[in-house]
Design a protein around this ligand. Structure first.
Ligand SMILES: [Zn+2]
Length: 399
């Protein structure tokens, strides 16, 4: 009885496999491609014929991941009027999207989410950066099972295609924890030695699917030696009550550069998107900077402290915020000018773009953010302007 059931299960599995591969091979995108190739180029058709469903899938996804998009002419910062900072800028907080992680070979609409190579192209990020005249960005590239190799390949291709535009950070989420284990991280880094310059952004504050992770948790304590060996910069988003553990870890690893952002060290209200404009938040951050020369802070929270690029908001509403620069400056200057000037060598500029909000890469949005930020920087002490805008970021990578 038992063996008969086993035999039936095997037979059913074989039928299912044949059915699934049949579906995948008949998907419209691939059929169309084969027809095109037949009429245009017999050789390409023959080559594609030899590829497996999985190989064809990745070929198509990678082509779409770098597809050209409409992009406006770049705005030359030096063409801006007086009152704007006109120098270089490096954005130290840009998220990239992951490739589709599901079973390969289905049409695009099978894959849910905003995947690179399905709905998004790297060219959207490149357009955003070029339009506003930003020199370089620190890019947080997701790398996860079961598409670790493909995710690393995207980073490689990005660097080959856009040379100095991206400084790649490896961003490997764990199944439940905020990060993979040291062993897994090491395996990922070894796929392409020297490719990644940083590790993060790792969100240590927790969310409904993942508990908060302390900077001195076992998983992270095992990761720091890997970080040291691969000479990576660490990028954290800290959580409430993690100041002491973070400080201890930074002291124990004086040769590692620790960058962080976010107001979660202090309990911020659930309705607040971004950092609370409460001086207490800055007190904790400043203590960390004063006492630890290897700790740095990215200021992502200009524009009145709001995370304007939050999912669910509209582009139109976003743009309305910039109708009156002086009103925004009245909030941002008292909060951040003194902070930046007190820590001229430990502050970085960033925007936290590229996440789930689709319109945050829009050229119009990029210009609105960048123009305002240049006005803000122009109001800082001239000694600190370039350091905050790009020189500190540049120095960290040359160290
Ligand atoms: Zn964050």
């Amino acid at each position: 009885m038992k063996s008969k059931r086993g035999y039936l299960t095997l037979l059913l599995s074989i039928i299912l496999v044949i059915f699934i591969s049949g579906c995948a091979q008949q998907q419209p995108g691939l059929a169309e491609r084969s027809e095109d190739s037949l009429t245009d180029d017999v050789e390409v058709y023959d080559k594609d014929e030899e590829l497996s469903v999985e190989e064809l899938h990745w070929k198509r996804v990678f082509a779409k991941a770098f597809e050209i998009v409409d992009c406006a002419e770049p705005r030359d910062p030096s063409s801006l009027p007086d009152g704007y900072y006109k120098g270089s800028m490096i954005d130290t907080h840009i998220h990239l999207q992951n490739l589709p992680g599901g079973v390969p070979g289905f049409p695009d609409d099978y894959y849910t989410g905003d995947n690179l190579g399905i709905k998004r192209s790297m060219e959207e990020w490149v357009c955003m950066i070029n339009v506003e005249g930003t020199k370089q960005v620190w890019g947080f590239f997701p790398v996860a099972e079961p598409i670790v190799q493909e995710s690393v390949d995207v980073v490689k291709m990005t660097l080959e295609k856009y040379s100095d535009l991206f400084v790649p950070f490896i961003n490997p989420p764990g199944n439940v924890e905020a990060t993979v284990s040291a062993e897994e991280l090491e395996m990922m880094l070894n796929l392409e030695l020297g490719l990644f310059k940083g590790y993060g952004e790792i969100g240590l504050y927790g969310n409904p699917n993942s508990p908060p992770l302390s900077p001195n948790s076992t998983i992270l304590m095992e990761i720091y030696p890997v970080i040291k060996m691969h000479k990576l910069i660490v990028y954290f988003h800290l959580g409430q009550g993690q100041k002491e553990a973070y400080e201890n870890v930074a002291r124990a690893n004086p040769n590692i550069t620790f960058v962080f952002h976010g107001g979660n060290l202090f309990n911020i209200s659930e309705t607040q998107a971004g950092i609370s404009h409460d001086e207490k938040v800055l007190v904790l951050i400043e203590e960390l900077l004063y006492n630890n020369p290897n700790i740095y802070y990215t200021v992502n929270e200009l524009y009145g402290g709001d995370w304007l690029l939050e999912l669910g908001r509209s582009k139109e509403k976003f743009l309305e915020n910039f109708a009156d620069y002086e009103a925004l400056l009245e909030i941002d200057l008292p909060m951040w000018k003194g902070f930046i000037e007190r820590h001229p060598d430990q502050v970085l500029w960033g925007t936290d773009r590229g996440g789930p909000t689709i319109w945050d890469k829009d050229p119009e949005v990029a210009l609105a953010l960048n123009n305002y930020t240049r006005v803000f920087i122009d109001r800082l002490d001239p000694i600190v302007q370039e350091k905050f805008a790009y020189k500190n970021a540049e120095r960290l990578l040359s160290e």
